[in-house]
Design a protein around this ligand. Sequence first.
Ligand code: SF4
Ligand code: MSK
Length: 645
Amino acid sequence: MSKDIKKIAQLSSDEAVCKLLENIEEEENTVFTRAESLKPCPIGSGISGVCCKNCGMGPCRVMENEEGLCGATIGTISARNLARSIAAGASAHSDHGRDMAHLLSLTAEGKAEGLKIKDEPKLFKLAKTLGISLGDKSVNEIAKETAEKAMSLFGQQTGEIDFIKLAPKKRQEIWRKYKVVPRGIDREIVEMMHRTHIGVDQEPENILNQALRTALSDGWGGSMLGTEITDILFKTPVPLAAKANLGMLKTDEVNIVIHGHEPTLSEVIAELADDKVLVDYAKEKGAKGINVVGICCTANEVLMRQGIAPIGNFLSQEMAIMTGAVELMVVDIQCIMQALGQLVKKYHTKLVTSSPKSKIPGAIHMEFQEVNAVTLAKEIIKMAIDNYQNRKHTVCIPDIRSDLVAGFSHEYIRYMLGGRFRESLRPLNDGIIDGRIQGIVAIVGCNNARLPQDKYNNFLVEEFIKRDYLIVQTGCGAISTAKCGIMTPEAMEYAGEGLRSICEAVGIPPVLHLGSCVDNSRILSIASDIVKEGGLGEDLSDLPAAGIAPEWMSEKALSIGTYFAASGIYVAFGGEPIPVESSEEVKNIMTSGWEQKFGGQLEYIPDIDELLEKVINVIQEKRKKLKIDIKKERVLMDMEARRAL
Ligand code: SF4
Ligand code: MSK
């Protein structure tokens, strides 16, 4: 069958995905073909008018100067639609954080099979942040108390969630002044849903204030807890080398793909891949070994700690199965396409759902409970091994893979810059002040089937590093950069002279992989520490930094973008519009309105060149305000000068 190679090349910038689509025998029904036949609704997406279905008198399709049956305006409906998406995104991250707290509690009681606390210093630090005294308590007692306090933050009704106090003082005051400090994590999400019910909050600015508070309860609440506790249980990441892309599947081994967002079961599966009994069993069945690889953020979690290969991001999940080489894909929560359930019917791949929260028609459900991680992981691996001999398609693994370095936790960045005994961010701040680093740009978020996979992400990464901007990444954006080979120290050759000099001195890539979607909270921690280090203003809004979600698609991305904006950071969304495009009123609130109150904003810029230029301008404006816009000559100090300093 002859394939339209040019058309395939427009679907993805990932060479492996294109190769696979060119080479597979049968044309499959994939997200790419569905994107061609099913176009987005311009009203539902908020480009030309808005759609409200918040009550049984609707859905109301409301265009400019029109109103819904209840009188709701285009501004109110836009704000409500965005706010509900933010609540959904925040709930996803936070529910993940809650599960991690529950797991910590069971681990402390010795009830979580195969798990123990791996990072005690981080546990002690979190305990102190949450106001727990260490005294002469045992590690498990501290862990139990910490877990209980963490879980109580979800149901807390009044006061302030503890992590707020990790932000610079000035930022905390701004949040208090505008009454957006989260009282409790669940509380803000529930109130957001209540306020967007018919006949409650109808003033766009007021609705969006609660949206900010809800998003903050994610970034400085649920997500931060998720990251901290995952580090405590599975260790805080340190840099490690790995490889990315579909070429990491193996023709002659049992391939198991982990996919979704939760780390627990996947960490255990990855650890057991070397288990002698299981490897011998795989050999008995004719395979040379067991190969565990990942997709989306479960991959990022296990990459950060065990160096597992991320073989793809969101749009690659069907591709993995279409290689014909995947014996089993185990999925947990979030970003898992329902289409996988149909696709596996044509292949030998077994699709396993492991979370009680997520079942998929066509999948085998093998439920993970904290008490059965090792037993279940062994069962799943055995099922994959037994399936090795059932391969029925010609295996088609694109021979494409690239090197990467990941594992940049907030703690490691401090250590790598300052050394073991005086860890500090000073060299980073100095690099920004003297202009070798022009600013820090977080490029995060998803793939979106309406855009060529990875294209905007990779374009921005390349453009920013050559202009001396340090890039930090999480989620599918990070996997995208890893796949295109720019996540290695050698990639400093693509960086500008200033950034290159820092990368050379410290031995880091110009793009730092910080982890999964919940790990965007690491960016908040680093940014707060940069402010505390001194020389770059008093607040997060003073920093020459910005956030971009160039290929966003999930509601979690909207929550992330909003908590960055509420934290004082300029945020640009690219690709597909955010659901407020037809309301000038709402767009103004989210740009000039939020800028005035919070020093940050969130806007959608469809043109990628314009987006690049805007972000550069915003960062350069910040440099001007800090009076560091004029490049200073580097002064090499002798010993005497250093002593004086
Ligand atoms: Fe229509 Fe108002 Fe009901 Fe929305 S809440 S569906 S605008 S009547
Ligand atoms: S997985 S939320 S597609 S980044 Fe975290 Fe990727 Fe976006 Fe899901």
